[in-house]
Write a protein that binds this ligand. Structure first.
Ligand code: ATP
Ligand code: MG
Length: 248
């Protein structure tokens, strides 16, 4: 069955701060949806609401028609939705292989057997191009490698819907090109659905079939990558006039 995540009229207030205000969107397994918007527009908060890190103030989040908002994070991971952290948070004293194995043991895979989980981890690390670092301690990784490990950890859970928070940030132009190529290849092979939060336009416009734009917690546009970059409201709020002619 193709899994579908639906976010419907979701709000999140932190005291007087209205971080998310009535956002609706859907992510279907197999499809990549980009989520863009200025700093502080509520993107990470929305991912946290979906992942069960925090509860919405109002609104509804469902997976395959079943309501999941308010569920604890571990139950949501078990249902096949997993999120990366905007700032990578591996277990620093563990190797890459051990980090991904932990994800395999506690995600929707629920691999009880340690050696099986370590085997899964090896496969996933190869998928993301980290096979050479499988037995390196995570604290020794570069920024780029930590981003890849973060991606590997969500894949290791067996998730079918991935929530990816700026996995393309902080990369050099060559590293970015490689990361986009790797992501596209893995997505094709694994067939996951993803909600991709990203400031790096080249990445988000290349990997997404559909893009949602939020500003101050409110959805101001959605459409194909081309429609979105040509939308005057999006240019005004986020991209700036020069971006319209920029190559993607
Ligand atoms: N736990 C929290 N408590 C109070 N306010 C918060 C909390 N988390 C986020 N906020 C506020 O909610 C708003 C949205 O923040 P959020 O981190 O979701 O933005 P963002 O779109 O991810 O920004 P960026 O692109 O910089 O990562 C901001 O005003 C932020 O200060
Ligand atoms: Mg953020």
């Amino acid at each position: 069955m193709t899994r579908v995540l639906e976010v419907s009229q979701v709000h999140k207030y932190f005291g007087g701060v209205r971080a998310v205000q009535g956002v609706s969107l859907a992510v279907q397994e197999g499809n990549v949806i980009g989520l863009i918007g200025p700093n502080g527009s509520g993107k990470s908060t929305l991912l946290n609401l979906i992942a069960g890190v925090m509860k919405p103030t109002k609104g509804r989040i469902s997976l395959d028609g079943q309501r999941i908002d308010g569920w604890p994070a571990h139950r949501i991971v078990e249902q096949g939705i997993a999120k990366t952290h905007q700032i990578p948070k591996p277990f620093l004293a563990m190797t890459c292989r051990e980090n991904v194995a932990v994800a395999a043991m506690f995600g929707s895979n629920k691999q009880k057997d340690q050696s099986e989980a370590l085997e899964t981890a090896g496969r996933v690390l190869t998928l993301v191009g980290l096979e050479g670092k499988a037995d390196s301690i995570s604290s020794n990784l570069t920024v780029q490698e930590r981003k890849r490990l973060e991606f590997a950890r969500v894949l290791g859970t067996g998730a079918r819907i991935l929530l990816l928070d700026e996995i393309f940030a902080g990369l050099s132009p060559e590293e970015l090109r490689d990361a986009i190529g790797m992501f596209t290849q893995v997505q094709k092979e694994v067939g996951f659905g993803a909600l991709v939060v990203e400031h790096v336009m080249r990445a988000v416009l290349t990997v997404s079939g559909h893009v949602v734009v939020i500003e101050e917690g409110t959805k101001i546009a959605d459409g194909s990558p081309r429609e979105v970059v040509e939308n005057p409201a999006v240019i005004e709020a986020y991209l700036g006039a020069e971006a319209v002619h920029a190559p993607t």
